[in-house]
Design a protein around this ligand. Sequence first.
Ligand SMILES: Cc1ncc(C[n+]2csc(CCOP(=O)(O)OP(=O)(O)O)c2C)c(N)n1
Ligand SMILES: CC(=O)[C@@H](O)[C@H](O)COP(=O)(O)O
Ligand SMILES: [Mg+2]
Length: 637
Amino acid sequence: MTDRPKTPTLDRVNLPVDLKALSDRELRHVADELRAETISAVSVTGGHLGAGLGVVELTVALHAVFDTPRDKIIWDVGHQCYPHKILTGRRDRIRTLRTEGGLAGFTKRSESPYDPFGAGHSSTSISAALGFAAARDLTGEGGDAIAVIGDGSMSAGMAFEAMNNAGHLKKRLIVILNDNEMSIAPPVGALSSYLSRLYAGAPFQDFKAAAKGALGFLPEPFQEGARRAKEMLKSITVGGTLFEELGFSYVGPIDGHDLEQLLAILRTVKARATGPVLIHAITKKGKGYAPAEEARDRGHATSKFNVLTGEQTKAPSNAPSYTKVFAQSLVKEAERDERIVAVTAAMPDGTGLNLFAERFPNRCFDVGIAEQHAVTFSAGMAAGGLRPFCALYSTFLQRGYDQIVHDVAIQRLPVRFAIDRAGLVGADGATHAGAFDVAFLANLPGFVVMAAADEAELVHMVATAVAHDEGPIAFRFPRGDGVGVEMPAKGVPLEIGKGRIVREGSRVAILSFGTRLSEVMMAAEALTARGIAPTVADARFAKPLDRELILRLARDHEALITIEEGAIGGFGSHVAQLLAEEGVFDGGIKFRSMVLPDTFIDQASPEKMYQVAGMSAAEIEAKVLQTLGVALVGKRA
Ligand SMILES: Cc1ncc(C[n+]2csc(CCOP(=O)(O)OP(=O)(O)O)c2C)c(N)n1
Ligand SMILES: CC(=O)[C@@H](O)[C@H](O)COP(=O)(O)O
Ligand SMILES: [Mg+2]
């Protein structure tokens, strides 16, 4: 680690209004110092580094030109907002980013009036900004609405839905397309190639290229250059830019690190814009920090690191990550079954499908940030005879719900959903928690829903999914490393709808769904030491339920407690429904269901988040004692 950087000019800025007192030359110093401060802060906390470094000049220019918070800057995803947080009164807490009680890693309305709209998921900024513009016009409140969206996020359907609407409404709206030719991985798709073509072969000039609609905004000195640039643009695009066709005035491409030019353009746009304007800024992800610029992911996300060397601190581990176990198992299965294909929505590394792509480049599809499409594309491939594994994070799968119902479930298509980041994920906080998938999948007729209790179980669940041709099937697993169990040489398909007893006991049965099992086992040890030896079972399936197992546990025990890493309405609710239907409650069973609380939990370590949720070993032990009416005396698990 290094000392904090010297930041004499930045030290004069507590709020954006302080930027107004600085000359353009001094703003350049602010930008340089802001970059150094961002690097220094992330070296201490870890987090999203590359995206923020790429928008340092944009952040300074936007806050220097516009009147925030009256003018609303809406950062898409929000992972690039650390420099913005530093300039908007949060510098004193910037080294608490993504930690318990600290600043969130994304924009968050409750944190600051300078965060007019919260984010975490991508491609929402243009819709939200257009909403602000509509509210402004109807309320007469005034103020500008500015969306800053990356090239990766721009490829999502939602961004186009918003532009379609904005072009129709013709409201004054500013969209800044921050094009760094990167998503988390290199961007994919035709839009990405199109954006590259927009500036390929056109070196930046004073004002590089401006299409027709933008000309009117430009001050005199720019106009001739712009006219020339427009000609140049015409020669590399057909019929004007896509954005113009959608009703936007297109300004660009411009060098997004050229502060002088950014200031000039933003001032002009601020003074003259009447309808929707899109400014196409070319930037570099990781700009100004060599280890980030040179990294494969351009420093997208880092753990803590040494500023001088860029070396990151790696947490030691005795077990492979669930993600890797999934990916390696899938590769093995795909070697035997050539119908298996895999789909990721812009997360090849995060889902482990980079391994699959290396082995089967033609059978792996990165569709970009397009979860809805990923689901229906998978459904189409399933209908066409393939066996797709659609690998998405639980939180992003939420985007594709109608597609899951309408395109997959109703048609009973054999799409296999590999749901990563199930449960609480830690530093990314509430926006990224995988809380709802069991609730929204297990209520769908014909869907099979599994949760792996450990990494060996995950191997078997991949095999189960491969073997299940009758309809859709999903299996969920958490972020991070497994528990270190012995790994099977080969996955063996599980019997659909059958759980397993992990230890036999009496009085109370704890029925676990997913990776809380290890905490349950710790609680069981502690309870045994107290003279209450519980039965522990691993449900494996939330749909179909193992009715026989559940009814037997209910019959043979005084109390039955379910536990899962998911929200109300999931596994426990289905068990309660079964017990109610079968009249088990009439006989007086003590039933409890341990689920995530009905609240959004802020970022902390996953362990701490589960403690907050009341689901760690000590709370499980306490729940058992309370349910049995036994006083809690002495040491807990
Ligand atoms: C709906 C959704 N899917 C996936 C992600 C994961 N994700 C976060 S940032 C990112 C890449 C965004 O690329 P871009 O918009 O170009 O921003 P950059 O990081 O390049 O600045 C992805 C895929 C997300 N946040 N939201
Ligand atoms: C901003 C975003 O959505 C991703 O970068 C996310 O933070 C990745 O999470 P993992 O670190 O769990 O892959
Ligand atoms: Mg990008």
